[in-house]
Write a protein of this length. Sequence first.
Length: 263
Amino acid sequence: MPLSDTGRRAGRLIRRVYYVGPGQCNICGSRVRFRSISRMLGGTLAKYGCPYSLDDFETLNHRRYLCPVCGSADRDRLYKLYVDRFLQPDGVRRVLEFAPSAPLSAYLRSRADLQYRTADLMMAGVDDVVDITDMPMYADGSFDFFICSHVLEHVSDDGRALKELYRILAPGGRGIIMTPVAPEGSFDEDPAVTDERERWRRFAQGDHVRLYDHSTLCSRIRQSRFEVCALDRRTFGRETFTRHAIALGAVLYVAHRPEADAV
Ligand SMILES: [Zn+2]
């Protein structure tokens, strides 16, 4: 039987009291002890012989990862910082989020100033079922902003996906593009690898088809005519990152379609 609204609210309140702590989730507002995924995810990487540790990944605060109240991950909280600062009520209107994260999605949907849609090929409950490499249902320039988080590492032809993202974005529009990013020089890609264990070892997850590093991710985004900027704690503040349990080394990749550029 589905939980009633009263049941959900009661559960949230109990978690809020039980996990009260020094951090603050900027999505649900709770003051909490963020929960770790170090043992679970670190153990899995080690089991498959992945040569990287969790600390090697760029935007992954595995020790203070999960908000126990709303379920936000550290990257959700990073995107919320960007949204709060750059999606002003008098600016961005049409927003598309791929593979939506429930806590951030609920917030974006609640904003009356945004025309917000969700999209994915596999996920249940999204507004639009789409293949990111071929999205004919969206006309050119349909959106002012998109979030494409932890999608491209699952897509065989990421260049084609990036070209589609560019096409559906209006000139002057922006989008968050995030993937796992391993240390520089670690880029690895091999479409012939389909074995789940081998993918864990080489790409750090059983359904990933490649592992990006910083320069390869940026160059692929630029190859699709986007400009790209990498925002970090210098943009948002060290204290803000710490309070919201975002790793101090976290980097937010924002792609920009230039104003004057036509398809
Ligand atoms: Zn939260």
